[in-house]
Design a binder for this molecule. Structure first.
Ligand code: G4P
Length: 496
């Protein structure tokens, strides 16, 4: 067997996701400590987008700049190679998080045991479910007075719609919390409370079933305190043993297996440099199969041309390093000057297009107008490039050609305006519009589809791929449309 098979098998590429403040950063840091990747607690803190900065996006961008180095944290633990993909904590960058989830093989969900399942966690879980991503759950902050462990498990089962089974259990809670034990090797002497709990657990929860976990049907649950480093090692040891190594990925043409010798990969994130004097980006590629090598020619499928990379980077601990090779499961950062878009595929020659980078219906919409008539070209170019980077989504009204930008939060409008001005020398103005949802529509019934598009002409737009999108300005309008046109399907993500 060529040695890259071992390399791929020992890789564990995952993301830790949570509602802000549940303890994602603290847990990440403790895992890095176990891996010997950092030596002092507090080292990961700079990566966090601070709560106080929510209205100050410049500050957020600065912190995002710092976070390039920590976008992926690679380290070795026992015989495993672990890649943790960082996701932005701020909800206005939720789309970034969704895209990052397309590049992981599993996730660990952190839940604050005092709060239970929170809004952001619910959304993230929806994305995991869509992709059948295996998930483990860490019930954090058990050192605080929190909800009853059984209530927490119920909460997860109902709110996240996934079956659960505990792997560890907490000795005490709040001030009494001192340790966890594995349910597979229970202590001989147990408190009356724990004995009672064990009986209930045996009666209610299934045994851990690895196949069900790998299918995304069952989430093993761990209790602990990231802050006090309790229950973290149990999680890590179980994780490396059971979490999947890189899995096959669907392309439009065929399914690609990680152990195929030929290199393939896709771009899931582009990080732009905010400094206008250095307009360079880093395009993050997930390697889907084979081995990637420095200075080797690969095919940029969308553009149909050969490219090679002299300075690809991988991320070890918190440092970015130039690497000569990387394997399926790894993330490589390729310095880029505008060649790549989110979703682009690189291969050793084959015509492949990876699926699974959906756009989600945005939450906020505004018309974008040119505020400097002399700079129309610059504006168009800027908008096009920013959309390719995945900063927001562009829709064009089919009625009058007006451009509409859709985002997840207000901050993105500010980011776009600032970047157009500073990087493209263009000025834009926003015009509010009332808009509820953008839905991608399809139908087998050509006649009904045509009729719908005629009747709803003022609501129709094209997305960046030129597909038909119905822009409903209220829940009522959307409901009516769904009722009146039974043969049309309304999708809330671009991939269906
Ligand atoms: P996030 O990345 O998910 O947003 O959360 P983060 O790890 O930054 O943790 C949020 C807050 O919760 C931090 O407190 C952190 O210290 C605390 N925390 C994390 N894990 C635990 C835990 O197991 N038990 C307890 N009691 N607290 C925990 P902070 O006051 O915001 O920051 P700091 O001053 O402690 O750095």
């Amino acid at each position: 067997m060529p040695n890259y098979v071992d390399e791929i098998q020992r890789r564990r590429t995952f993301a830790i996701v949570s509602h802000p403040d549940a303890g994602k950063t603290t847990l990440t840091e403790k895992l890095l400590l176990y891996g010997g990747a950092i030596h002092v607690a507090g080292a990961v803190k700079s990566n966090k987008i601070r709560k106080t900065a929510t209205s100050d996006w410049m500050e957020i961008e600065k912190q995002r700049g710092i976070s390039v180095a920590t976008s992926v944290m690679g380290f070795d633990y026992n015989r495993y190679h672990i890649n943790i993909l960082d996701t932005p904590g701020h909800q206005d960058f939720a789309e970034d998080t969704f895209r990052t989830l397309t590049a992981v093989d599993s996730v660990i969900i952190v839940i604050d045991s005092a709060k239970g399942v929170e809004a952001q966690t619910r959304k993230l879980m929806e994305v995991c479910r869509m992709r059948k991503t295996p998930a483990m759950i860490f019930m954090n902050k058990m050192d605080r007075e929190g909800k009853d462990p059984f209530d927490l498990m119920d909460d997860v089962e109902q709110e996240l719609g996934i079956n659960v089974t505990p792997v560890t259990w907490a000795n005490g809670q709040g001030l009494d919390f001192e340790s966890v034990f594995k349910l597979s090797d229970r202590p001989v002497k147990m408190s009356a409370k724990n004995q009672e709990a064990m009986e209930l657990i045996d009666g209610v929860y299934p045994l851990f079933d690895k196949e069900a976990y790998l299918r995304g049907d069952l989430a093993p649950v761990f209790f602990g305190s990231a802050y006090k480093t309790i229950g973290v090692q149990e999680l890590l040891d179980f994780f490396v043993e059971n979490a999947p190594s890189p899995r096959p990925v669907e392309a439009i043409e065929r399914k690609v297996d990680p152990y195929e010798a030929a290199f393939t990969g896709f771009c899931f994130k582009i990080h732009a440099n905010m400094d206008p004097n250095h307009r360079s980006c880093i395009a993050f590629f997930k390697i889907v199969s084979g081995r990637f090598e420095r200075n080797t020619y690969y095919t940029h499928v969308r553009e149909g041309r050969q490219m090679r990379f002299s300075a690809p980077t991988c991320f070890m601990a918190q440092k970015k390093e130039t690497v000569d090779e990387a394997f399926a499961g790894d993330i490589v950062g390729l310095p880029d000057t505008g060649n790549f878009k989110i979703g682009d595929t690189l291969t050793a020659g084959e015509q492949l297009h990876f699926k699974g980078l959906p756009s989600f219906s945005p939450e906020m919409f505004k018309y974008i107008e040119n505020a400097d008539p002399m700079k129309q070209k610059q504006l168009d170019k800027g908008v096009r490039q920013l959309m390719d980077e995945g900063v927001a989504q562009l829709f064009v009204s089919q009625l009058n050609g007006r451009k509409i930008i859709g985002t997840v939060g207000q901050l993105q409008f500010e980011v776009i305006q600032y970047r157009l001005e500073h990087e493209y020398n263009a000025k834009c103005r926003w015009e509010n519009m009332s808009m509820y949802k953008a839905c991608w529509i399809e139908s087998d019934d050509e006649v009904e589809l045509k009729l719908f598009k005629q009747r709803k002409a003022q609501y129709m737009a094209f997305d960046k791929e030129g597909r038909d999108v119905f822009m409903a300005d209220s829940a009522y309008v959307l409901n009516m449309a769904q009722n009146d046109y039974k043969h049309i399907t309304f999708h809330f993500t671009s991939e269906f």
